[in-house]
Every structure is written in structure tokens, then in C-alpha cells.
Design a protein around this ligand. Sequence first.
Ligand code: NAP
Length: 306
Amino acid sequence: MKYSFGLLGYPLAHSLSPRLHSAALKEMHLKGEYHLYAISPDADGRRNMERILAEMRAGNLQGLNVTIPHKQTVMEFLDGLSPTAGAIGAVNTILLDSGRLIGDNTDAPGFSTDLERVFPKCRELTANREGTSPLALVLGAGGAARAVVYALAQAGWRVVIAARRPAQAEQLAAELNPAIGELLAVALEDRALKDYCASARLIVNATSAGMLPDVESCPWPARLPYPPSAFVYDLVYKPAQTTLLRQARANGLESANGLGMLIEQAALALERWTGLPVPRQAMRRAVEGPNASLPAQDIPNPTINT
Ligand code: NAP
């Protein structure tokens, strides 16, 4: 059998997904291709999205990933959602189940798994459920923040969502509250953030600030001291060392970028599509080793833009 997978998003020129999936398929001795479907967020894009989903329903594609800006809009075209995708309100993986398209979300478990890898102490912090839950600050309230906030709350963190538009943070908290309990929302510039900072054990950047080409940008408010004993996780992985991570290290804080989450969410999607264990190390080598600098079109499997 030759597998056919793909990614719906826009723009997609710099996606690492073809490289990750090609490396895993090769290591698993499976034949397959991973296509990039650049679907614009307009009426033309909508028609293209419906056409590609029809191809999948017909069995010509075995799996799709979904990224910005379609993680929420794709849901109306699907036949069902996994409990995780339903609770988060966003889909990053589509599976075919007896002819039905099911939306799932591997961003949340991908984030949790990588957080435990780079910050093993988080287990210890959340294990003590009898005391006060540890406090995490999540910066941003967009699509990625949904999955991160859900994952943290499920793991037992008290979560403060801080966004530059407080209404966006409040809306996210209100939408997730029925599924996972009490969440707090503040503006990034709100003085209350300073009070939360004192006890924060984790800061997660779920904004796009600092991502190439905007590398000087930093989501952390300029005059706010960093919490003395927090771990800093930046979902951004391009560049590997963001301004936020540089500042965190300069303040003596441990930190990690989001490359591990990217690998883990991709591996979980491939596991769901094939039912087989997926080699994370091969995926990591593909995006960290000498191949990592190759342009997407030079990787072993072809990519197709529609
Ligand atoms: P999104 O839905 O567009 O949300 C972006 C959020 O960042 C919004 O709240 C936005 O606020 C805020 N923001 C942007 N620039 C900011 C700035 N300079 N200061 C403060 N807030 C700012 O995007 P997303 O899907 O959530 O993705 C966010 C980031 O996570 C991206 O860099 C993406 O590549 C990364 N990501 C990584 C992984 C991974 O596996 N590592 C997975 C998913 C996403 P406004 O709405 O006010 O603009």
C-alpha cells in the first residue's frame, strides 16, 4: 500500500511537516507521500478544501493535518470530532473512520508529552492535588493557546491566560470553562499579571511573537520581572533561540522551544493514521540534522501545492 497524507493551511511554504512525515515513513519502511495543500481563506479556498476532503472520504487520502488558518473553520466540513478536539474547539488532524471524517487534536497531547520531556518536574508539581495547584501563565489566546490551556488544565495546572486583547483571553476562558473548570483571563499589560507572576511555575508563549521574520519581537511585557522559579516554554521554534528564550536564560530560567511539540503532534497524527508506532528520533534528525537546512522541495517525497 502507498499512503497519501497532507496538510491543509495557508501559507505553507516553510512547513516542516513533509520533512517530518517523510523521515518517519522511511524509517517505518512504508511507502507514502505527504502533500502540502495551500488553501486560501476565501471562497476559492473553501471549494478546494471541500474537494480535498471529498478525496479523503473516497479513500484516496489516509490522513490530513490542519494548520493556520483552518483549525476551527474545517470543523463544519467533518462528520464528527474526538472528545479532545470537541473540548478544545480546534482540529489539527483528520482521520477516516468507516467513511466518516473525524477531527482530532494532537497539539494538546503533543504539548503535554514534550513539556514532560523538557520539564520533568511538572509531573511532581501537579501530582500534589491536595495542595494548591501550580500556576501557569499562557501568553496569547489564539488557536494554539486553546490546545495548551486545555492540556495544562487537564494536567492539574491553574491557568492564567494573558493576551494583548483581553476580550480574546476572556472568550477563550469562557469557551473552555465548561469542559475544564475555572480559568483566569487578563490583559498582557494588566497590573494583576505581576501578582500572578510571583507564584508562576510555568510560562508558555502561545503567541506568534518572536517567530521568523519578526525575531526581535517578544511577548513578555517589557517592565515585568520574570518569575523567579518558572520554566519557560516557547511554542515558536523558528528561530530555535527566540528573544523570549534568550531573556529567560539571561534571568536564570530553564526553557525550551516548541520543536519537540511539533515533532510529537506529527508523530501522534501518523500513529492514528497508520496504527503503528512512529519513530520520533528519525523525525527529530530530519529537522535538526544536516537535512534540516534543505528546502522542502528537496526532501525525498514530492510536495504538491494546489
Ligand atoms: P493564532 O491563532 O494566529 O494566534 C496568535 C496569538 O498571538 C493571538 O492571540 C495574537 O493576538 C497573539 N500575538 C501575535 N503577535 C503578538 C505580539 N507581538 N504580542 C502579543 N501577542 C501577540 O496563531 P496560533 O495558531 O495560536 O499559533 C501561535 C504560535 O504558535 C505560532 O507561532 C505557531 O507557529 C506556534 N505553534 C507551534 C506549534 C508547535 O507544534 N510548536 C503548534 C501550534 C502553533 P492578536 O489576535 O491580538 O493578534
